[in-house]
Design a binder for this molecule. Structure first.
Ligand code: AMP
Ligand code: MG
Length: 436
């Protein structure tokens, strides 16, 4: 991924210079999201994969249906097919059953007027027949020769219970648009079109490491004053769920030379780099100096809680470049900043057409303190009783208390200008779980 192979890329300063209210020390969440969005260029490379392997991948080009689906008119019911011209309006219709059409084994020959064909769901409609009456609606006349049926007056309308060729999809019409993250229904749809191989975007390569002299990796001894590095595990999980190829670079100490070496290596091997720690006031200075040499990186203080400090930009090394997110160190702040900044940015780099996360309204079960001038992402527990959804924040909301994320099933999103929430007020939540 050479810089020259990319389309024109705006610099951060060109993006922020036109903003009259740009204040890197007090950035509203929405402004940071907009700058990030404008800064990103998708990674173009494409690969072909077998249908099953396309699950959760980003579709690279529009899929146009090569065939009509269904390919032929067929029955939607088990019953009897007949010609609606035979249907009497004001009295019963009696028809002779002249054969059977099974799914995958059609009735051979034609039906004459006054004849019905026993038909199964999915079986081809015999030529000239346009209507199916479900078997439970017909009567078999008592004492009449075997093989005739009575259709009671008014039991069925002309054209009923027949699936028309192409009613699901017509040949030549768009079936799925590029940028779609392929879901189970899409795999089924592609299979229904007979498509065995799919062009998808290549996976995004994301390198990540944790910074901090106090960090110990799982398996190491925890000396006094040290903490286990949990951020690399939450980041692993979040990136894995997004379908990225991940490069876990471990822990890097608070040492400018080690950090520079790690950034260069990450940049040369990945499309994007995510770090945690070292971007808050105390730590940022040596990082800032190094970043100024490596690339175009801004250090922001976002009006949000948790997750105030954020470094963002692009780094170049060895003729390669990579997008960079420097997330805060606190474990909850890492997750919240990832979800509300990095996630959308990475999806955009993947060429995915991701829709905004749906917000749901729920009743606050308790009062929630909220200071205007920042967006708060409180970890919440959403529950339902008598059809009413209510939410309460988890007990502890500190940005270092990872248990709050594990206990929660949603995030309560309190907007920038929102003030204190009274018990019984409506609030917006984002669910952690989705069906598909
Ligand atoms: P920092 O942003 O580097 O000042 O870190 C803020 C807080 O988050 C400190 O208490 C760190 O010890 C903690 N922290 C930083 N990185 C990690 C990590 N990878 N895992 C767990 N805690 C961390
Ligand atoms: Mg640190």
């Amino acid at each position: 991924m050479k810089p020259s192979s990319r389309p024109h890329q705006p610099s951060l300063s060109s993006l922020t210079s036109c903003l009259s209210d740009y204040d890197p020390q007090a950035m509203p969440v929405a402004q940071a999201q907009a700058i990030i969005h404008a800064f990103i260029t998708p990674v173009g490379a494409i690969e072909k994969v077998a249908l099953r392997s396309a699950l959760d991948r980003v579709l690279a080009s529009d899929i146009i249906s090569p065939i009509d689906v269904p390919a032929h008119d067929n029955s939607a019911m088990d019953g009897y097919a007949f010609n609606s011209a035979d249907l009497r309006q004001d009295s019963d219709t009696i028809l002779n059953v002249a054969g059977t059409s099974h799914a995958g084994r059609a009735h051979e020959g034609t039906a004459s007027r006054g004849e019905a064909i026993r038909i199964m769901t999915g079986a081809l409609m015999p030529a000239g027949l346009d209507t199916v009456i479900p078997q439970e609606f017909v009567q078999i006349p008592a004492g009449s020769p075997a093989g005739s049926i009575i259709i009671p007056a008014g039991a069925v309308k002309a054209g009923a219970n027949r699936r028309l060729a192409g009613e699901d999809l017509k040949a030549g019409t768009p079936a799925i648009g590029k940028g779609r993250i392929l879901r189970p229904a899409d795999l089924g749809l592609l299979a229904s079109l007979g498509i065995a191989e799919i062009s998808v975007r290549r996976r995004l390569r994301v390198a990540f490491f944790s910074t901090g002299d106090e960090l110990r990796s799982v398996g190491e001894i925890l000396e006094p004053g040290c903490v286990y590095d949990s951020n690399r595990y939450t980041l692993y999980g979040m990136l894995q769920r997004l379908g990225c190829d991940i490069i876990d670079m471990g822990v890097v100490g608070d040492d400018p030379q080690a950090l520079e070496a790690a950034f260069r290596s990450a940049c040369e091997n990945a499309d994007a780099i995510i770090t945690s720690g070292g971007v808050s006031v105390g730590d940022a200075d040596h990082t800032k100096q190094m970043m100024a040499q490596l690339g175009d990186v801004a250090f922001w203080k976002i009006g949000m809680r948790p997750g105030r400090p954020l470094a963002f930009g692009r780094i170049a090394s060895g003729g390669k470049q990579a997008l960079f997110f420097g997330l805060p160190g606190n474990p909850v702040a890492v997750m919240v900043s990832f979800y509300f900044f990095a996630r959308t940015a990475l999806l955009q780099m993947m060429g995915a057409q991701a829709s905004a996360l749906p917000l749901m309204r729920a009743t606050a079960a308790v009062a929630i303190r909220k200071r205007p001038g920042r967006t708060e992402y409180q970890r919440g527990i959403l529950s339902t009783s008598d059809g009413q959804w209510s939410v309460r924040p988890t007990a502890a909301q500190g940005s270092g208390i990872l248990r709050s994320m594990a206990e929660a099933n949603c995030m309560i999103v309190l907007a920038h200008d929102q003030t204190d929430v009274a018990s019984g007020d409506q609030v917006e939540v984002i669910l952690f779980d989705g069906l598909i």
